[in-house]
Design a protein around this ligand. Structure first.
Ligand SMILES: [Zn+2]
Length: 1077
């Protein structure tokens, strides 16, 4: 009998375990392969001398500051902390004589993150301490240590600085999403000089591949799995500890296995390194700035060592931080971009949340992003890169195309908790019919580990392999940065073309998409939104952030339009272009996919709130500056005889505005009503679209007489009816809306026995992702808020209102003002809530006598419809959905919209629509949403279906208040400030924004969209002097010239005719001529 027979086939499990032990760093490591991994190691003085300086508090000083400080001795075992504190370690390294001629590395493991700096202040490489899979603690000091002789008998001395950040890759929580522990400590575990045995490491990586390929045995046998196991076993047999020749022998056995190539029809993987860096999440923005430098410097070091390596990084904002804070690294990035290894990708300012930002915000994300990439790297991104966001707006395909990109990459829908998304490579068709080639990595991650097992596995998950035999593979540690490790690059080198595995090549993502475009047959399509079946709480968590975002979006809209107008009125007025760019960058930054969704730690919201408040303050001041140029005769409220009322929407509005400082003069024709809640004067104003209009305060009495006054009727049962010309709304004694009667149609909208304004408190206990998720079972456990009381506050003639007060839950309370004005059928609910609940969710529900299988929700530049039933699991999954300013439930002939001023979470089941008001998650922000909130919602009944309604405009009215300035009418002529822009012919087109062109000319860009889903042919006229007009994409590149015609109406200047397809976004570029006198 042959005593050297192999037992592999009889004992695959034993053989696999043997292999694991041979490679284990935790057992048998003195006699297995790990014993051979290093050819030298020294610790402590004189070779490794460490000194430390601790930064003050939680400051993050620069190298220049840190290098000047007094350092004191420190040793391995030292504890860094508390959480977020910075420590600088100066390492004076003396390379031992016996390391001469060899590559020498520093192993520095602070158990947290760190940056290696040269003695002269050059950022060299990042360190990820600890013992997780992302561990990266070695730094190559020299490729070849010099001989003593060359150094005139002095040992080589190297001084390095290590900037130690007291946080892990995932911040400072006890578990991943726990709120940060403020007192976390990190131990300096290792500070050694070592020499790697590269042959032993090479053997180690060979065996990692073989081990993975043998993994399916014995359950899923294949030729290559058996060969992999037999090969690995033979390699273990060949190895002899302490005998370097046996490493070469073992590798030669492996080489035979790797030499067998795959067939021609083999699947092709395009591998791209990346390190997803959340711009803020479990750490604040300031730490992200350091994470970028750490991660990208590490990757550029790998680019030097692995010439085949390609790495993609997204988010113009991150490049901009690097440019400002680490200019030398930024220059290195530019070099690596030039040689094709570093690939700026994504096309946007940051990787945004795609649910909440407005249409114009998404446009700015691309405008800022593409312009940045073009300016600094000479090229735009063709790939819209958004691997980690929580759902994808159906308008993205159109916006992506208008931004000069054509491909889309993501993977997040692999997290769906109800239905499996059915496609990998497909055409995504947007709301307007635009489509983009889309790929969702079949590895279902952007932090793949470049293992053989994962590469083989990802092939099994590719759902469109019949049409496209290729895929993208994003590898490298991420979320907290890091990126690919040496081991990953080594493994990929071994699997370029090996039988039993897909082929793998390092490639620019464009190469993948271009190849798919050329070769894919009959790709399938997906129409409409890519709804994410998870993280439905992100429409609601961190209420203030969402509110400030909405406020900034609308304020910047006004500032831009009014500044354009001010510039045309006064040639001395300078459009604040740089300031507006800066403010949009800030707003876009806070739209990052963990900030605006509410999934970050408390520190992040302290930062984002400060950013928003600064933007609001600047925007308010810029708006005031523009208005003061337009309305030179403004005065203080006490001396005002009139109001200049500003309407930046493109249609006429008649509304009641609330004005501070004015007083009601008894018996005069002046102000007719003061609002009791805040003592503001109520003024009825009618203003044409895109105009400033003077309201003569002395004629208010006459104006108010023209409208049916709103009045209050007190019923015997304690309920109160608010009634105007359009509706009668009955509020019960406990604050519910028990009747809403359309007086013109004589139609009751609240079904008998039902009601609206029902405040509901849900148990809100998600499975894991606290701030992120609302789960479907929470709908099964609801308590109604009871025992509210009401008081009549205002009794007309312009506004009537009741106040509602109620206790909510264990420790919270709400105060509401329900009001009806004389000018609209809209019933408003202004709320102040003091919120102190634990994992509860507050919603308000309205039940209507209206039946439809679909409800309509506003999205960016349009609307989407979603089911009101739960027939299938796909319907059921949409139990909580995102909407912008409104959602609407309509049947044939009638509908009611539920509007909001800063909320995004809606749920419609049968004939009940709810709006999610507040949540109380405890992770990762233990104090999320605790305290005071003010917000508004409204119901707006209308005849006709949604498509025949005025809901879109009413939602603008509710969100975009008419601005006003007190003026002295005798010194004012506002007649010229009329109808700067007007739209005729098409009630379904909205003029959304007016801005100065990006090219520093005095040209004007106007953006419009079709709102209801139909064609339109509209005449856009302007009273401004314009010399030419073109349509453009959103990057403001001229496309078709439009014929300028004399406007139909006198004094309207010139006009252009525009046609729209359903939900189309149209941008018009007006070239200006000098203003005629
Ligand atoms: Zn992310």
């Amino acid at each position: 009998m042959d005593r050297h027979m192999s037992y592999v086939q009889k004992h695959p499990k034993v053989t696999k375990d043997r292999l694991l032990h041979f490679m284990s760093k935790n057992m048998l490591q003195d006699v297995n392969l790990c014993a051979a991994l290093y050819n030298g190691r020294v610790s402590g003085a004189p070779h490794v001398k460490l000194e430390i300086w601790a930064a003050n508090g939680l400051e993050r000083p620069t190298f220049a500051v840190a290098a000047k400080q007094e350092y004191s001795p420190v040793e391995v075992g030292h504890s860094f902390g508390p959480s977020w504190a910075s420590h600088w370690v100066r390492a004076t390294l003396q390379i031992p004589e016996e390391f001469a001629g060899k590559e020498v590395r520093l192993i520095f493991n602070p158990s947290c993150e760190a940056m290696v700096w040269s003695e002269t202040g050059e950022p060299l490489q990042g360190i990820t301490g600890g013992n997780g899979i992302e561990k990266h603690v070695d730094y190559v000091i020299t490729k070849c240590a010099p001989q003593l002789l060359e150094l005139q008998q002095q040992p080589l001395r190297v001084v390095l600085y290590l900037e130690v950040a007291s946080n892990g890759m995932f911040g400072n929580g006890e578990y991943m999403i726990a709120a940060p522990d403020p007192n976390r400590k990190f131990e300096l575990e290792t500070a050694d000089l070592v020499v790697y045995n590269h042959d032993a490491w090479a053997l180690y990586y060979d065996l990692q591949i073989l081990k993975d390929l043998a993994d399916p045995l014995p359950d899923t046998p294949s030729v290559r799995a058996w060969q992999a196991l037999a090969t690995a076993n033979a390699m273990v047999n060949a190895f002899e500890p302490g005998d370097p020749d046996t490493i070469a022998k073992a590798r030669a056995i492996g080489a035979q296995f790797f030499a067998a190539k795959g067939g021609e029809a083999n699947h092709q993987v395009y591998a791209i390194g990346n390190c997803h860096i959340d711009t803020a999440w479990l750490w604040p923005y300031d730490e992200t700035k350091r994470k970028i430098a750490r991660s990208w410097s590490t990757q550029m070091d790998y680019m030097d060592r692995y010439p085949e390596y390609k790495f993609a990084a997204s988010q113009a904002q991150q490049f901009e931080w690097l440019r400002i804070l680490y200019p030398a690294l930024f220059e290195r990035v530019k070099e690596k971009v030039k040689c094709g290894q570093f690939i700026p990708i994504g096309a946007t300012w940051c990787e945004f949340d795609a649910n909440l930002p407005s249409g114009e915000s998404l446009v700015r994300q691309f405008l800022l992003g593409q312009r940045y990439f073009e300016k600094h790297f000479g090229e735009r991104s063709k790939v819209f890169w958004l691997p980690d966001t929580f759902g994808y707006s159906s308008q993205l395909p159109q916006i992506v195309q208008l931004a000069g990109a054509k491909y889309f990459f993501t993977q997040k829908l692999s997290w769906n908790n109800i239905n499996k998304f059915p496609h990998t490579t497909f055409r995504w068709i947007g709301l307007d019919g635009s489509h983009i080639l889309t790929h969702m990595a079949p590895a279902e991650t952007y932090t793949a580990q470049a293992t053989a097992i994962q590469l083989v596995d990802s092939l099994k998950k590719h759902k469109d392999i019949a049409y496209s035999n290729e895929s993208l593979y994003l590898y490298g540690n991420g979320d907290g940065g890091g990126g690919p490790l040496e081991a990953m690059l080594e493994r990929l080198r071994r699997v370029e073309d090996v039988d039993g595995m897909p082929k793998v090549k390092h490639a620019h993502p464009n190469e993948f998409y271009e190849h798919v475009e050329k070769t894919a047959k009959e790709l399938v399509s997906w129409k409409g939104e890519l709804y994410f079946e998870l993280h439905r709480g992100t429409y609601t968590s961190q209420a203030l952030t969402k509110k400030l975002n909405r406020q900034c979006e609308l304020l910047l809209r006004d500032v831009e339009m009014l500044s354009v107008l001010a510039q045309t009125i006064d040639s001395g007025f300078v459009y604040p272009a740089d300031e507006l760019t800066r403010m949009w960058q800030q707003v876009c930054l806070n739209q990052f996919h963990d900030v605006i969704p509410g999934s970050s730690i408390e520190m992040v919201y302290q930062d984002s709130t400060a950013i928003y408040e600064e933007v609001v303050a600047s925007a308010v001041s810029l708006k005031q500056q523009a208005l003061s140029v337009m309305i030179a005769s403004s005065t203080d409220a006490l001396h005002a005889t009139g109001l200049a009322v500003v309407n930046t929407s493109s249609w006429a509005r008649t509304e009641v505005v609330a004005v501070p400082g004015l007083v009601q003069q008894a018996g005069s024709g002046g102000v007719q009503q003061m609002r009791k809640r805040d003592d503001l004067a109520l003024v009825l104003a009618t203003v044409p679209g895109c105009s400033v209009h003077a309201v003569d305060l002395s004629t208010q009495a006459a104006a108010v007489e023209q409208v049916t006054p709103v009045r209050v009727v007190r019923e015997k049962d304690g309920s109160v009816v608010l009634q105007n010309a359009f509706v009668a709304a009955r509020i019960s004694a406990d604050g519910r809306l028990t009747s809403l009667l359309d007086l013109q149609q004589q139609r009751e909208l609240v079904p008998s026995g039902a009601s609206g304004n029902v405040l509901e408190l849900y148990d809100d206990l998600p499975i894991y992702w606290d701030a992120w998720d609302i789960e479907i079972y929470s709908q099964e456990k609801v308590r109604l808020v009871q025992g509210a009381s009401i008081t009549v506050v205002d009794e007309g003639p312009l506004v009537a209102s009741v106040a509602v007060e109620a206790k909510v839950g264990k420790a919270s309370s709400i105060r509401q003002w329900i009001s009806l004005s004389a000018s609209s059928a809209r019933l408003d609910f202004d709320c102040d809530v003091d919120w102190h609940e634990n994992r509860k969710c507050l919603k308000v529900a309205f039940t209507w006598d209206i039946y439809s299988d679909q409800a309509t929700y506003e999205t960016q530049f349009g609307v989407v419809q979603r089911p009101t039933h739960r027939n299938t699991t796909w319907d059921m999954a949409k139990f909580e959905v995102c909407a912008h300013k409104f959602a609407d439930l309509s049947e044939y002939g009638y509908g009611v919209a539920l509007l909001n001023d800063c909320k995004y979470g809606y749920s419609t089941l049968a004939n009940t629509m709810t709006l999610t008001l507040l949540r109380a998650p405890k992770a990762p922000d233990a104090n999320c949403d605790m305290g005071r909130h003010s917000f508004r919602y409204a119901v707006y009944p209308h005849t006709g279906t949604f498509n025949e309604s005025n809901v879109v405009r009413e939602a603008y009215h509710f969100n975009l208040a008419l601005s006003h300035l007190p003026v002295d009418l005798s010194a004012t002529n506002l007649a010229a400030l009329s109808s700067f822009f007007a739209l005729d012919n098409a009630p379904n087109v909205v003029l959304d924004s007016v801005k100065a062109a990006e090219d520093d000319s005095r040209d004007i860009v106007v953006r419009l969209y079709e709102t209801y889903g139909g064609h339109a042919r509209v005449i856009l006229s302007t009273s401004l002097d314009v010399a030419a007009a073109h349509t453009t994409n959103i990057l403001e590149e001229k496309d078709t010239e439009l014929e300028l015609r004399q406007a139909v109406a006198p004094g309207q200047g010139q006009s252009v005719a525009l046609s729209f397809r359903p939900f189309e976004i149209v941008t018009v570029y007006f070239s200006t001529s000098p203003r005629k006198n």
